[in-house]
Design a protein around this ligand. Sequence first.
Ligand code: FAD
Length: 608
Amino acid sequence: MIRIAELKLPLQALPVEARRAADAPAETDADRTPQPHPIEALRTLAAQALALPESAIANLHVHKRSFDARGTALRAVYIVDVALADPAQEDAVLQRLAGHAHVQRTPDMSWQPPARAAADWTPAADERPVVVGFGPCGILAALTLAEMGLRPIVLERGRPVRQRTKDTWGLWRRRELNPDSNVQFGEGGAGLFSDGKLYSQIKDPRHLGRRVMQAFVDAGAPPEILYEAHPHIGTFKLVKVVEALRARITALGGEIRFEQQVVDFVLAPAGEGRWRLQGLRVHDRGAHGTEYELPAQRVILALGHSARDTFERLHQRGVRLEPKPFSIGVRIEHPQGMIDRARWGRHAGHPLLGAAAYKLVHHAANGRAVYSFCMCPGGTVVAATSEAERVVTNGMSQYSRAERNANAGLVVGIGPQDFPQHDAAAWRAAFGDAAGSRYAAEAAALPDGAVHPLAGVVLQRTLESAAYRAGGGGYNAPGQLVGDFLAGRPSATFGDVLPSYKPGVTLGDLATVLPDDAVAAMREALPAFGRQIRGYDRADAVMTGVETRTSSPLRIPRGPDYQSLNVEGLYPAGEGAGYAGGILSAGVDGVRVAEALGCHVLGVTPPP
Ligand code: FAD
């Protein structure tokens, strides 16, 4: 097939009454038209691009679609794949158009398991691969292993999606946190209650992102995620997709065990300071409430960025960990209509465009980068803590993205040098007296410049506890209006923008919760962002805090064989291990690591 990019067609101007009122979004799923142009129109353009008669094109399908709202005309921009009526002609056409910037051979984006176990594979008790965590990374890892015929066992500390949804609502509606079943933990992982954005900037020469998307579509996700330039699923649809993926893994012989928390690692010495994994200690948090040992030679550790207790255990067992940079800040909310107008101009409200997104970056004079993170058009800010008496914000939306406000993290990059590793009181507050004092002593004994692997967790916990106190308790988040934040005074009343965070927002002074450097950088960035999106720094835009779980505070380094640098059989993966950021990249990492593990089990060479 031949891929042709940059095919542009104007979109019909909609009569004003057919548009969504930009200030009152009321889009429903039904409003979305799969393709605004008939395939015949694209066929005409494609034939022109290839300098062939239309009859030479046997088949055409849309690979990607985006919208260009610059200038006066609104246009759809397509990348299409065409099959010629005479496939033997394809080589000649490609040769004739060699060097044409927008024409190339369609790459093979299909995925096949790199190897398969024999149907009569009868593994020993410790030979079945184990996946810890059932977020996007663990799900795709388990699916890949299951499709390789390796019948994985999945251990997930949280509960199945339906129960988890109720538990999560418990925090948002009744201020009751379940530390093992919440926005971060449970079936579907951290991305379940999210905007479900499914794009990433990772290098992906093997098109594994497509494999992940196809798996989602096969499990019931809207097919348009395969061709939208910036696809998203939204929370409710994700719930069904995750359930269908679970059913598929189970049908292939995998087992998914919920409320099973891995609490320890059974390691045997392997010489030269290295270890070999022998099994896992598992706390059955369900009906049994007991602890047991699961023998396992090979385990994919897909923990997510919030598994702080497990990170601590890995550190205690001597598994190599490294501190890594992440970002901290707040969530900021504006009227979605304002963002639509800034982004789409006179086309704001066109149902095909949906709610507009944005991405902003500012390099502050103090050396900090301030940027928008995980922007959720037409969404809500959510309480995202997994730990008692701490407050963390994040954002989610439904597929329709129909809520009144746009929200995004407004975050500042920080690195290990910013972690409070020489603050013994902070260590104790973060980890309790005994362990905190021990880690503080470890940190004090490190050579100059070295940073303790758990020091980033200290910073996160310090900020999240401060936010809880500033919110006045009961999981209210501290909030402030942008005008007051810029003027350095606490807020007392809301303006036109009302915050969406539940259970509630307590107005005050966010500068008392965040480090000074971050506050200074944000104060500089907001007016700069206001010059890019008119009204971004409006006085009544609302900020709530704190945003601390932007990525993992540490990395579990792995070698080229995807195994931990000092524990054979342990395969760190996904966001918690520091190898992904976001649903799609976590899923891709899950595929990659599972392929490697599966090939090791089957004694074949993994794909490059
Ligand atoms: P996770 O999804 O965190 O999954 C890890 C799983 O491991 C969890 O289910 C946890 O319960 C389990 N676990 C942890 N410790 C143990 C243990 N000891 N034993 C057993 N199980 C354990 N990303 C996007 O790309 N787009 C978005 O729109 C988006 N929105 C988001 C909105 C919110 C509210 C949040 C919180 C995150 C959002 N993200 C989004 C980020 C995205 O969710 C993560 O990047 C992604 O989920 C990481 O996948 P993962 O599988 O590596 O880890």
